[in-house]
Design a protein around this ligand. Structure first.
Ligand code: ADP
Ligand code: MG
Length: 598
């Protein structure tokens, strides 16, 4: 270390003029917030390996050990003072923040609500320093022998603030938050090893490596292998990462991980831009999976806006949005042909849901992806995904409202655009969206089984192991009983993998690994807000959607008849489980009006 570097690393208490400009925040809310602050400190200290251990979900103990630069002995006590930091000095610095931390508040806040021990040594020092603080009060300082780096032990978290402890959720939930925090931080720092244990259980064991290896460690090897990598550079900034192809989608935007200058952020502008890059390739309400790193000049982004530092403000928001959307679009353009997602290049597109087909005159080859540069106006339109009308544009008129055997009694004329069944019933044409209809059938059957005591299971001959990543492994294991009622027998297998012993019998032809990966996303989403029992419908709808015939699939007569017959066997045949109409009717009179015969 040069003398200058050493000087830079000295801790000082920020003068009030600077401290007042810092977005104050209660940073310690739960064990995961403690872990976040401590690993950010380790990263700022240049650590190459970080070991995190929890006891009793972090309430008993949180220990974080790093091999970073350590703290000078004369500063170890100061590190616990409020607004004491080595990372920022004056107001100017707040506009060029290159470190994860900058407020000098974390250690003070953590030590105020726990018993915290700091043990630290710099590489040049013969011995280290130990500081013990309880409830914000310094109890002991001394010299100790210790390896180079820093160890922080937080014991009895919220022991002196019982109200806050009461707000903690179940141990599994709190550990889940920590795991999520660690894995998403790890994604941005592949050259740092991350290791997390809860008691005897190893939850994360990521050796340092290349970015692509880290992606595989975090999202699972199979899923990582299907993601497209991209890199796009403009004067406004640099954006790179990985994207799921347009044939993969998720029910929420939680699979979009976005980072600004290495910091994980939840930013509406950024995630909107990512989704906009997919524009009409995804259905409304479906989101891509993406890991997006945005690097912009330090003074183009304000990170000092949110207590948990998880939001940012861009100086040139529009340019950043553009940069991201464009990068995503370019990447997807290069992915090659996709079935069922087709768009035309002229202004005469008829929007059918969010899958667009051209009018016959300009028909592009069906089944081949053709992306065209969007004009600004269309880009804006594409950015706001089309909403489904609450009412189907042409509701089934009373005279053709389904009676018993209505669908199987239809005269089948044929299949149009590999997506719509054209049928006739007496005085009306009935157009059926094959995907929406089949989806509704699958959903109703699954729901019926669930309501009757559990979805029928099909045992797999050999259990299938699926690499879902450590967080999903824990969540799926935690919900095992609920998942069994949905037809899935799933067990934690260790190392981010689960073993699948059965799948819903109705979905027996589907790839179990794919089903389980969809399920994992759904469970992660639900786990945050509700119990799985209350959200079974959403899970069943997702499963139904994924197993239903697609637009773009040619159906034979027998298949069409079978689908029609099964539509007769269910309630609510009018709509798919997402509310879109499953069929529309055109009466003879409607046609006559269109042809101006009346
Ligand atoms: P901030 O990170 O915002 O500066 P903290 O309260 O988190 O504030 O930490 C205070 C100071 O303690 C840091 O600025 C840094 O100098 C020092 N520090 C904390 N943790 C470590 C660590 N793991 N390794 C080296 N120095 C550390
Ligand atoms: Mg910090």
């Amino acid at each position: 270390m040069t003398e200058n570097q050493a000087k830079e690393r000295r801790i000082r208490v920020l003068p009030p003029t600077v401290a007042d400009k810092i977005a104050a925040g209660e940073v310690v809310e739960r064990p995961a917030s403690v872990v976040k602050e401590l690993i950010e400190n380790s990263i700022d200290a240049g650590a190459s390996d970080i070991h995190i251990e929890l006891e009793d979900a972090g309430v008993g103990l949180i220990s974080v050990v790093d091999d970073g630069c350590g703290i000078p002995p004369e500063d170890a006590v100061l590190a616990f003072a409020r607004h004491a930091t080595s990372k920022v000095r004056d107001v100017e610095d707040l506009f060029h923040i290159r470190t994860m931390g900058f407020r000098g508040e974390a250690l003070a806040s953590i030590a105020a609500v726990s018993t915290t021990t700091l043990v630290t040594r710099r590489s040049g020092d013969l011995s280290g320093t130990r500081v013990l603080v309880r409830g914000g009060e310094r109890l002991d300082v001394g010299e100790v022998g210790t390896p180079v780096g820093t160890r922080i032990e937080v014991v009895d978290l919220f022991g002196n603030t019982p109200a806050r402890r009461k707000f903690l959720k179940s141990a599994a939930t709190e550990v889940g938050h920590v795991t999520e925090m660690v894995t998403r931080t790890a994604l941005a720092f592949p050259s740092v090893g991350f290791h997390l244990k809860h008691g005897q259980r190893t939850l994360v064991d990521f050796a340092a490596g290349k970015p692509a290896e880290r992606l595989a460690q975090v999202v699972g090897r199979d899923r990582a292998a299907t993601m497209l990598t991209f890199h796009h550079q403009t004067p406004a900034g640099d954006v790179h990462g990985w994207l799921s192809g347009s044939h993969v989608s998720y029910p929420s935007n939680r699979q979009i991980f976005t980072y600004v200058n290495g910091r994980f952020v939840r930013d509406r502008l950024v995630s909107h831009a990512v989704t906009a890059g997919y524009s009409t390739l995804l259905m409304h309400g479906r989101y891509p999976g993406a890991v997006v790193f945005i690097e912009v000049p330090l003074d183009d982004v304000d990170v000092n806006v949110h207590p948990a530092k998880s939001e940012v403000r861009f100086r040139l928001g529009g340019a950043v949005h553009d940069l991201i959307a464009r990068a995503v679009k370019e990447c997807l353009r290069s992915q090659g042909p996709q079935l069922g997602a087709d768009r035309g290049s002229d202004g005469s597109d008829r929007s059918v849901g969010s899958v667009r087909f051209s009018s016959p005159g300009a028909a592009p080859p069906i089944g081949r992806l053709r992306l065209v540069p969007l004009t600004p106006a269309r880009e804006a339109a594409a950015a706001e995904p089309p909403r489904w009308p609450a009412q189907p544009p042409l509701a089934p008129p009373p005279e053709v409202a389904p009676a018993a055997g209505f669908f199987s009694g239809l005269q089948v004329i044929g299949q149009a655009f590999e997506g719509y069944l054209v049928c006739q019933s007496g005085e009306a044409l009935v157009l059926i969206d094959q995907h929406a209809a089949h989806e509704r059938v699958m959903f109703e059957k699954l729901s019926k089984g669930y309501g009757a005591g559990g979805v029928a299971r099909q045992q797999l001959l050999v259990p299938v192991t699926v690499d879902v990543g450590p967080q999903a492994e824990a969540q799926l294991a935690e919900q095992a009983a609920e998942l069994a009622a949905l037809g899935f027998e799933i067990e934690a297998y260790g190392g981010g993998t689960v073993a699948v012993r059965s799948v819903p019998a109705l979905l027996g032809d589907e790839d179990p690994a794919k089903l389980v990966r969809d399920l994992a996303v759904e469970v992660a989403e639900i786990g945050r807000s509700r119990q799985l029992t209350q959200a079974a419908e959403a899970v069943l709808a997702t499963l139904a959607c994924h197993s239903a015939v697609r637009v773009g699939q040619t159906l034979g007569r027998d298949q069409i008849q079978a689908l029609l017959a099964s539509m007769d066997g269910i309630d609510f045949a009018h709509n798919c489980p997402h509310g879109r109409p499953a069929y529309i009717t055109l009466r003879r009179g409607d046609l006559e009006r269109l042809f101006k015969r009346t």
